[in-house]
Design a binder for this molecule. Structure first.
Ligand code: PEP
Ligand code: MG
Length: 920
């Protein structure tokens, strides 16, 4: 056999994660930089792929020979023998792909134990309890992972013995109990597989290797890869690491622990982690016993704590990245079992990035590239309103920050089911396991009653940026009854609770939250990004409040103010309706006179918030029928009004009739409007108005309104509307100029397809400018530009640039017109199918389609700048806030991107990264 499939830790290439998996490569690297790693070897991902491809469920021929040679090397290194009855070598068989997928694949520990080697282990350790404990753990794990025996079968036996002995914790079990359990476990295997538990240690090894390889295609692993978009190019197959077992459960001078080189929840530079004395690794991760914080080790095992501090320092100095490591102390000797880049939440990522720069560990560029821009979204998580006075009903560990409310669900399937209906859900479990992953995806937050800050629930929630409270021991979860007891209270499925992952508090009901604040570290990081970025980041904002938020997030201006959104306010809509109903241009002008001061005040308020930053105001864009009710709604309303008229007439008749009665009762009753004398008049007026509206709605009806009478087409056919808006902009600018404010308005025309359209609007602007300047006695400075959102505009870019001083790509419409996909319908009709079936890689309304829309943009930029070398070009469609699209915009030489205010921080970082990656 020529190709090498098995690599010793001493000589495997520590950089080749694709071949050796992240864990395997790291074990090699750690061994080679002199850390105390238990001897072992890696079987490559190639071997996994070839096994998964094999038709006969067999490993690559010759692979087991190679494995045997390496086992013999391990025997030499450790002085132990695999399968030996006196001094047996035991190994763990661990999965590990190129990308970390925590808990998604399988691992088997204590492999090599059988009836004979067990006696050797007991002899070597002089600890019968330890021997049987290791044995029963091995039978269960091997039985489950390699032989497919359900976990519960073992748990039932185990729990029955514990119950019989009246014990709550496993540590109370004696050697005799564990021996009995081991024997019963062997019976469970025989019963469920029809075969005895394998005694041959090489047979065990072979079956285990196959099982770990197969776990790459397990449901959990596949779901995880789909959720996190892990493609075969990123990670393909799992490697298998065969590592000499070291034991943390050999007595009180043994321990096992997990740690992060910094706090992964806050980023603070301190020792962080947990350990358990006299325990095995899985006890910490599974949350079976609640571990102690590592700081306690400083008192309990000071010399070892010192070694751990050294290990941590070495890991960071070497990897120049926060590490998530596991270790075991066996009889006073510290072994590092694994290390990988630590998964942190956004807050920790940002803080460590900035601090590692000031410590000289990494450069600013590395710090910027280290943070995925999308994770900053987590920092926009709300926290509980500090003014709320609710009392927590329980407290656990603050395992992943952020506050969340939702309906309690006690298992992942129910959480998924209810979450899918759009309800907010909190997954509440005693502890979570990897098979609960779909419940995490569906939940707003996770609450567990057991386990620590490095338990499965905590690690996974942090990775997803979801709030998590772990180990809230005051809560007793009863999954079978779908309820939990909190003190004297009972929580049922569907009850609402709130968790605060920042302090570990749990509340009954929904507690109000407040928006997040920017940390100093985030400000610093984003400032570094701004310094290297070439693209400016603007915001799409239509109100002074949104503009203020955008400024707070670091927006450098407003790239798109959609003026139609200003018309939607309750008190304005009736005026807009009157404008639409106007029968003549003069009537329309009259109504527009009423709108003018309102718009002027809007613009002035925006300019004030943004000064001295530019504000791009887009003239009215949507079809005007959008401001009117639908035809159906008007018909219903008219029908009701007519009924009402009949009723009022009827009331009049009633009054007349009552007067005829003896005593004249009706005289004493004065009916309220509309049942009084004016009633019919009022109703008739309302009916007339609605009928006029209905007529107008029918007149304005278009089969394809998005391609119809909207944008500049509207502005040209009803010039008074644009004239009012232009005047409002220029008058607001003049007033600001009078007040000495430095402002930079930009007037932008939507839906342009020919330069003639632009010229007409421009003439209008110039005329109004002259008038306003004369009236105010000041010069008004502004820019005039166009949106590029139809294909013809791209083709005519050189001509448009003769009139326009700037272009702004409206990629929502440009995507629609390039694909001929309706932006209103595609996303909930066929696009999901297209994406799932990889007919289209992404949703082009979210991620810029660089191959189609992008090519048009390239042409428009080139042709536009041929006419006007200093042409400013931006993008203001939704894609403008998407990191990959921002990278494209940088490469396409755009001047700015504009996105919604909450995406501004993400866009700033992405713009900085784009500049760094482009200059690489
Ligand atoms: C666009 O089309 O990309 C755009 C920004 O305009 P709107 O979404 O308002 O049509
Ligand atoms: Mg548009």
């Amino acid at each position: 056999m020529n190709k090498q499939y098995v690599f010793s830790f001493r000589d495997g290439d520590g950089k080749n994660k694709k071949l050796l998996g992240g864990k395997g490569a790291n074990l090699c690297e750690m061994t080679q930089i002199g850390l105390n790693v238990p001897p072992g070897f890696v079987i490559s991902t190639d071997a996994c792929l070839s096994y998964l491809d094999s038709a006969d469920d067999e490993l690559q021929s010759g692979l087991m020979d190679e494995v045997k040679q390496h086992m013999q090397l391990l025997e030499q290194q450790t002085g132990k023998q695999f399968g030996d009855k006196d001094n047996p070598l035991l190994v763990s068989v661990r999965s590990g792909s190129a990308l970390s997928m925590p808990g998604m694949m399988d691992t088997i520990l204590n492999l090599g134990l059988n009836q004979q080697t067990l006696q050797g282990l007991i002899k070597q350790t002089r600890n019968e309890r330890f021997g049987y404990d290791a044995y029963r753990r091995f039978i269960q794990l091997f039985g489950k992972v390699a032989l497919g025996v359900p976990d519960e079968k073992f748990d039932e036996v185990f729990d029955a013995i514990k119950a019989r002995e009246g014990m709550r914790a496993d540590v109370g079990l004696t050697a005799a109990h564990l021996k009995e359990i081991s024997e019963l476990f062997l019976g469970v295997v025989q019963e469920n597989t029809g075969k005895p538990f394998p005694e041959d240690v090489y047979a065990q090894l072979k079956v285990a290797i196959k099982a770990v390889f197969r776990s790459w295609m397990g449901k959990r692993a596949i779901d995880y890869r789909r959720e996190f978009n892990i493609t075969p190019e990123m990670a393909n197959g799992t490697a298998v690491n065969v590592v000499t077992m070291v034991f943390g459960n050999m007595g009180d001078d043994s321990a096992t622990g997990v740690g992060f080189t910094r706090n992964p929840g806050t980023g603070e530079n301190t020792m962080y982690g947990e350990y358990l004395v006299n325990a095995q690794g899985e006890d910490v991760v599974a949350g079976i016993r609640t571990p102690k914080p590592v700081q306690q080790m400083a008192e309990e095992m000071p010399a070892l704590y010192q070694q751990l501090v050294e290990l941590r320092n070495k890991l960071e100095a070497h990897y120049k990245e926060v590490q998530d490591y596991e270790y075991t102390i066996e009889k006073g000797i510290l072994y590092c079992l694994q290390t990988r880049n630590g998964k942190m939440n956004a807050q920790a990522l940002v803080r460590t990035s900035v601090e590692m720069v000031s410590e000289g560990l990494i450069t600013r560029e590395q710090a910027l590239l280290r943070v995925d821009p999308e994770v900053l979204e987590q920092l926009l998580h709300p926290s509980l309103d500090p003014k709320q006075a609710a009392q927590p009903v329980a407290q656990g560990l603050p395992a992943s920050p952020g506050a969340a409310s939702g309906k309690v669900m006690f298992d992942a399937d129910r959480a998924e089911l209810v979450g899918r209906t759009g309800d907010k859900v909190i997954l509440v479990r005693e502890e979570t396991k990897p098979e609960d992953i779909h419940g995490f995806f569906a939940s707003q937050g996770i609450l567990t009653s057991r386990g620590g800050k490095t338990s499965h629930a905590a690690v996974v929630a942090r990775g997803m940026g979801k709030p998590c409270v772990a180990g809230a021991e005051g809560i007793e979860v009863d999954t079978s009854k779908r309820q939990a007891r909190v003190g004297t209270m009972l929580l049922h499925e569907g009850d609402t609770i709130t968790i605060d992952g920042g302090n570990g508090n749990v509340y009954i009901g929904e507690i109000p939250t407040v928006p997040p604040e920017f940390s100093q570290e985030l400000k610093t990081l984003l400032q570094w990004a701004d310094e290297v970025a070439r693209l400016k980041v603007m915001a799409n904002a239509d109100t002074p409040e949104a503009a203020a938020r955008a400024v707070e997030y670091g927006a450098m201006g407003i790239g798109l103010c959609r003026t139609e959104r200003m018309f939607n306010a309750q008190e304005r809509l009736p005026i807009v309706v009157d404008m639409i109903l106007a029968a003549t241009p003069d009537e329309r002008k009259e109504v527009l006179e009423r709108l003018l001061p309102i718009q002027r005040a809007d613009f002035k308020a925006l300019f004030q918030v943004m000064a001295p930053r530019p504000v791009t105001i887009r003239l009215l864009d949507p079809p005007i029928h959008e401001f009117l009710p639908s035809e159906r709604q008007l018909e219903i309303e008219l029908e009701r009004l007519k009924h009402l008229r009949d009723t009022v007439n009827g009331v009049g008749d009633l009054m007349g009739a009552l007067q005829l009665l003896p005593g004249g009762t009706a005289k004493t009753v004065t009916p309220p409007a509309p049942f009084n004398d004016n009633g019919i008049e009022l109703i008739d007026e309302a009916i007339a108005k609605k009928e006029l509206m209905l007529l107008k709605v029918r007149e304005l009806f278009e089969v394809n309104p998005m391609l119809g009478h909207r944008g500049v087409r509207l502005g040209i056919t009803y010039p008074e509307i644009y004239a009012m808006q232009i005047r409002a902009v220029l008058e607001a600018a003049a007033e600001c100029a009078e007040e000495g404010m430095a402002i930079h308005p930009e007037i932008m025309v939507p839906q342009v397809c020919t330069a003639q359209e632009l010229l007409r609007v421009k003439d209008n602007v110039l005329e109004i400018q002259r008038a306003v300047e004369q009236e105010h006695g000041v010069t008004v400075d502004y820019k005039f530009g166009t949106m590029i959102e139809v294909v013809r505009a791209c083709m005519r870019a050189s001509k448009l640039a003769e009139v326009a001083e700037f272009f702004s790509f409206g990629t929502n419409d440009l995507t629609q017109s390039t694909f001929s996909f309706s932006r209103e319908d595609a996303e909930n009709k066929f696009l999901p199918f297209y994406n799932q079936n990889r007919i289209l890689q992404d949703n082009p309304f979210e991620v810029l389609d660089v191959k189609g829309v992008g090519e048009l943009m390239h042409l428009a930029v080139d042709w536009g700048r041929q006419t006007r070398a200093d042409l400013q070009v931006g993008i203001c469609g939704e894609q403008g806030g998407h990191p990959a699209s921002i990278r494209f915009c940088h490469d396409a030489n755009l001047t700015y991107v504009s996105c919604s205010p909450p995406r501004v921080p993400i866009a700033r970082l992405a713009a900085g990264q784009a500049a760094l990656l482009a200059s690489d």
